[in-house]
Design a protein around this ligand. Structure first.
Ligand code: NAI
Ligand code: MG
Length: 337
């Protein structure tokens, strides 16, 4: 059976890492076909808008998109195209795995294997009700948390634990101080947790979580938290395991899901063919899990690890002398062995 996915090649290093990623996926014979769509700077230049209707239609139809980083030009309508995509498709779950990889510049070359599940649609991060008093002395912001959104994100985290054979979910909050908002999130999380007696549920206050992550990251399995805390914690976790070149992310909703690299379009190295394709490849592995091809996802991840272990054709950011395509070819040959 053929599955059509929307492919957004993106800006800067986007097309380079996407070509490399598709090279690997094609080699693996996954029965995928691609519908290419534009977004970002390239869409603005070609079609006069950052997020053309044809791109939205394509994602709506295929329900799955693999997306390279996009450049959001300053002062062009949206503050961020990525945030806009999350909003329009109600992509409520931001899922960011962080795993130790060999031969990376990391404080934790082993032992870290966790997933941050971040609520993506509400809380302070959304910027609702922002205002500044006329005298410029007082700024306000509304923070809204609902039971519905809290419930669905916590449920997503527990379901993910079951699906991936993970044993523990840590609910990260600040309910001791933010009694209404974080309080409602925590209360809802406790209710949901009761329905998953097979999964251990821990609670941890967000500031302590940051310290614990830096000191003993191996204690974490799945973390679930609200939007702003999740934004910060997921980058912290990427830092634990060697930075953005290896950090994938998924934005998942009921009707659509978008898989991506966490890093940006890296204009400083664009066009040089030296960008590290791993983050997007790992995003593609998340996509394969989502598409019900977990064996293929595992195969792809193992091929990436083996290539890192062998220091075969690594890109310069990993200390190698390879390039985007040679690295991808080295991964493809292991993924198909
Ligand atoms: P960036 O992530 O593009 O780059 C930060 C640094 O990391 C740069 O030195 C870059 O060369 C390096 N880097 C990033 N990805 C790499 C890779 N795959 N291989 C090797 N080195 C890599 O962040 P920056 O510079 O803040 O943003 C650049 C543009 O990207 C901006 O226009 C921003 O809006 C956009 N952006 C887009 C995102 C998305 O579409 N998901 C996310 C973050 C930023
Ligand atoms: Mg962030």
């Amino acid at each position: 059976m053929t599955q059509t996915i929307t492919v957004i090649r993106g800006d800067g290093i986007g097309p380079e890492i996407m070509d490399a990623t598709l090279h690997v996926l094609d080699a693996m014979n996954l029965g995928l076909s691609y519908e290419f769509a534009d977004a970002g700077l390239v869409a603005l230049e070609k079609h006069g808008e950052l997020l053309p209707a044809a791109t939205m239609d394509s994602i709506r139809k295929n329900r799955i998109a693999l997306k390279s980083p996009l450049t959001t030009p300053v002062g062009e309508g949206f503050s961020s195209i990525n945030v806009e995509l999350r909003k329009r498709f109600d992509l409520y779950a931001n899922v960011r795995p962080a795993k130790s990889f060999p031969n990376t510049k990391s404080r934790f070359p082993s032992g870290v294997d966790l997933i941050t599940v971040r609520e993506n649609t509400e809380g302070a991060y959304i910027g609702e009700g922002q205002s500044l008093s006329e005298d410029g002395e007082t700024a306000l912001l509304t923070q809204k948390i609902t039971r519905r959104s809290s419930e669905r994100i916590v449920r997503y985290a527990f379901d993910l634990a079951r699906k991936t054979g993970r044993k523990k979910v840590t609910v990260v909050h600040k309910a001791n101080i933010l009694k209404s908002t974080s309080g409602l999130f925590l209360k809802t999380a406790r209710e949901v947790a009761q329905q998953y007696p097979d999964i251990q549920c821990n609670e941890m206050i967000v500031d302590n979580t940051c310290m614990q992550l830096v000191m003993r990251p191996e204690q974490f399995d799945i973390i679930v938290t609200t939007n702003l805390f999740g934004d910060i914690i997921s980058d912290l976790c990427a830092g634990l395991v060697g930075g953005l070149g290896l950090a994938p992310g998924a934005n998942i909703g009921t009707d659509a899901a978008i898989f991506e690299a966490v890093h940006g379009s890296a204009p400083d190295i664009a066009g040089k063919g030296i960008a590290n394709p791993c983050a997007l490849l790992l995003g593609a592995a998340q996509m394969l899990d989502h598409l019900g091809q977990p064996e293929k996802a595992t195969k792809l991840r193992e091929a990436i690890v083996a290539t890192l272990e062998a220091k075969d054709s690594l890109t310069p950011d990993l200390g190698g002398e390879g390039n985007t395509l040679s690295f991808a070819k080295a991964i493809a040959s292991r993924a198909t062995a």
